[in-house]
Design a protein around this ligand. Sequence first.
Ligand code: NI
Length: 226
Amino acid sequence: MLVKIPSVLNKEQVSEIKSIMLQADWTDGNVTAGYQSSQAKNNLQIPENSESARKLGDMILLALSRNNQFLSAALPNKIFPPLFNCYQGGHAFGTHVDNAIRQVPGTPVKVRTDLSMTLFISEPDEYEGGELVIEDTYGSQSIKFEAGDMVLYPSTSLHRVTPVTKGRRLASFFWLQSMVPSDERRSILYNMDMAIQALRQNLNDSPEIVQLTGVYHNLLRQWGQV
Ligand code: NI
């Protein structure tokens, strides 16, 4: 399931993050790539242990911790600290799959990458190309969202970033380990939660809604791993 999470950041937060990114030190994006993806990757990244990356990452994680749609769709268990990249002057990232397990730098914590995220920091009209193309169950999807919007997609998907032929594409990208590793089960829970929330707005808490909420939590109890 591929989910758009709109307005993770408001425009003020986007411009604050962008100005910090523009002042940061950058390095070759291959520092976090595995062998296969390093053959395909050509972009810049803010070093993951830098002060800028930590500060920016904390801003994003705080915003996500308050985003109900994200929490419902991802059911996050462990989130890898956000990384930041820049594509310009023909930079691209060919078709690859993200590493299955990532160790958080400087810690013994390992994160299984169930979901991949890209949070757009540049507006779509600031660059040409730079689409994130994701091979989904239903074919390939080309993603280029407004600044502040995020896409959440299964890390099992092959994906690529098309060459940025003009301007600069800034984004944050990272991964998470979900409490529900199966994409199929996670999608069922997400759809059910969305339906219950919509019903609750129209009907308040009828006994049936309370019962459905119980079913949701019982499924999560069956499928969730913490
Ligand atoms: Ni990737």
